[in-house]
Design a protein around this ligand. Sequence first.
Ligand code: SF4
Length: 375
Amino acid sequence: MPDSRSQIAHASMPTVDLPRLGRSVSRFGLGGFHQLEITTDIVAEVVDAYLACGGTYVETARGYGQGASEEKIGRALEGRRDRVVLVSKSGAATADDIRRDLELSLKALRTDRLDIYFFHGATSDKLDRLTAPGGAVEGLTRAIDEGILGGMGLSSHVPATYGPAMERIDLAVILIWCNYLDNLNFPAIPERIIPDARRRGVVVTGMKPLADGLLWRSAEPAARYCLAAGADVVVCGTNSPPQVRQIAAAVAAGPLDEAGREELLRTAPELGRYVCRRCGRCPAEVMDTFRLEGELDRQMVDYLPHDPADYALRQRLSGWFARADAARADFAASGRTADALRAAAEGVACPYGIDIPRKLRLATAKLTGGEPQRV
Ligand code: SF4
């Protein structure tokens, strides 16, 4: 039986339409990656709690443990698969390979139909192969025609992929990261990609609302921030029933308003006195240098004191997007120098208390392959 807290969340769980599928889903989606970290029995408890809260969007991937996440979720959903929009992903590029993966996903998830199948971890370079004759788009189009698939989605760790992908593929949904730390590191996501998706009628599912776990102390405002930033569905990889209820309650409370967003950016401990809030007081080239630092290590490596668990988490997550080489190449191409940047920022007082000269020394050392630990 659901407990009283989940009944409250169920009563107020908001929904959003998926126009290409002719269905609506809860604005809280259950992510599948973290189901790898828990046993099948606990996955069942998580799924029970999620359904009791009114959740109706469950997402996983073939690549999460070579199908282990799909198998656990498939077992947990047995007999009630029709209560959710069920979504999985494949990184395959050809029609034959993605068909093989789709059939494996169907078997692991114990169903004869998936609602959406994602091109997983796509890149701009890969789009030509996906869309070529005999490519994965052709394979999924055939599956849609056969009635075993509802629509196509796409996820990537390279923001520049999304625009061309939405142009070239008839996508029902995109999955893109959306949280109050990385929206500062990758401002193209809230400023261009999400509005572009909205214009095209593509539903935005926002992943990593807790920045892969770094924002765990701020889970409720983080989930509400993700909604406010434009995500239609907040996909959160919760791995315990209390976490499910916490995110469900946050989503039910709705998006943060403008004052709430400003307050969060001002006070969030994970941003502290180091992460640039892009307020515009610094010259454009300085602000863009901090953006490149964010692309390189998510502005997580700040050479400030942290408790051991937080320090370890930062070290582990800072390279998650593997964008360091690209950030260094972009910085080199900009022709900027540390001295010129320091001179340009002279006299700027950061309203968030960031020591701009120190941050510039660290950022330029990172971006030029220098030694930030000597700064
Ligand atoms: S003043 Fe602070 S928040 Fe504003 S752009 Fe400069 S470093 Fe970023």
